[in-house]
Design a protein around this ligand. Structure first.
Ligand code: SAM
Length: 302
């Protein structure tokens, strides 16, 4: 499935795009947002795009080069955005976007193991140079550690019975395929009396494992702390998250930034996609957008 950028018009208006602006997309992905950003800031603007998945960057490059040439792409974890920009000699961005999670192209590629419908390896690494896969975590972590991951990163109501079932099952055979985990989670739901649902019962467990495999919570915290220092006066940081744990990190960091006198919170509550957007693109249903604006000098208390 093609990746449809989430809350595209809300993102662009929050970024206050116009020609000549300097922007950073920390999750360039398939350049859905980045393409629209580059169009809006041309001519004389500049766009830096980062992605942790090196396989996505050539696709983004092809798309962006058809729109303009004032951009650069870099393979990086956005947790290191401050260091990467310092090395490149870049700062003073007018707008920065972070669209968390994975793209539809990653989700639909059976070899990456992010989805549960294909008989794929339980991998889930965004950067395939990283050492640990989802199978490694499932086969080695304790029952308590697995339950915590399912609960904190997936809001999974059956985190404990699922963790128990994983530990029992792996005594017979180590996990290697995503279908094995999907069937195990479906079994727990079935035994608990949940036999019909629109969304696959393993959705939350898969999301939680992906977040753990990729240390997404740490990256998000480091990334946003770095991003706020890279904003020009009145520059905007726009973040789209996809579950309550991620949104909590964004909300708390924005409060910290405000307390430190770095600027103001533009969105008191997270903005959500319209009903029309959710009908058109069901994958947008859990999106939550928050916006922070850097103060004039970056120093005064607000
Ligand atoms: C939801 S997609 C972004 C889609 C993009 N906005 C578009 O419209 O095409 C999220 C992207 O962020 C990347 N990503 C996830 N975590 C990352 C991290 N810590 N550092 C850099 N990129 C990351 C993923 O590889 C994926 O390509």
């Amino acid at each position: 499935m093609e990746h449809i950028p989430v809350m595209l018009s809300e993102v662009c208006s929050s970024m206050q795009l116009e020609s000549g602006k300097r922007c950073l997309d920390m999750t360039v992905g398939l350049a859905g947002h980045a393409g629209r950003i580059l169009e809006a800031i041309s001519p004389n603007g500049f766009l830096l795009g980062l992605d942790r998945d090196s396989e996505t960057l050539p696709l983004a490059y092809e798309k962006l080069k058809a729109i303009g040439s004032d951009f650069q792409l870099k393979h990086s974890d956005y947790g290191k955005v401050a260091e990467v920009c310092a090395e490149m000699g870049l700062t003073g961005f007018d707008a920065i976007l972070c669209d968390c999670g994975i793209s539809s192209v990653q989700l639909d590629d059976p070899e990456r193991g992010f989805g549960f419908l294909e008989n794929a390896p339980l991998d889930m690494r965004m950067d395939r140079n990283d050492p640990l896969t989802a199978a490694d975590l499932l086969n080695t972590l304790s029952e308590g550690e697995l339950a915590d991951i399912f609960f904190h990163y997936g809001d999974e109501r059956f985190s404990r019975p699922i963790a128990r079932a994983v530990v029992m099952k792996r005594q017979d055979k180590r996990f290697s395929l995503n279908s094995e985990l999907a069937a195990l989670v479906s079994g727990v739901y079935y035994r608990k009396g949940f036999r019909h649902s629109k969304v696959h019962p393993a959705t939350k467990v898969f999301q939680a494992l992906r977040i753990a495999v990729n240390h997404e919570a740490d990256s998000l915290m480091q990334g946003l702390k770095g991003a706020v220092t890279l904003l020009a006066p009145k520059g905007r940081l726009v973040v789209i998250s996809f579950h309550s744990g991620e949104d909590r990190i964004v909300k708390n960091l924005f409060k910290e930034f405000k307390t430190e006198g770095l600027g103001t919170i533009v969105t008191k509550k997270p903005q959500k996609p319209t009903e029309e957007e959710v009908a058109r693109n069901p994958r947008s249903r859990s999106a939550l957008m928050r916006v922070f604006e850097r103060s004039n000098t970056g120093e005064e208390n607000v």
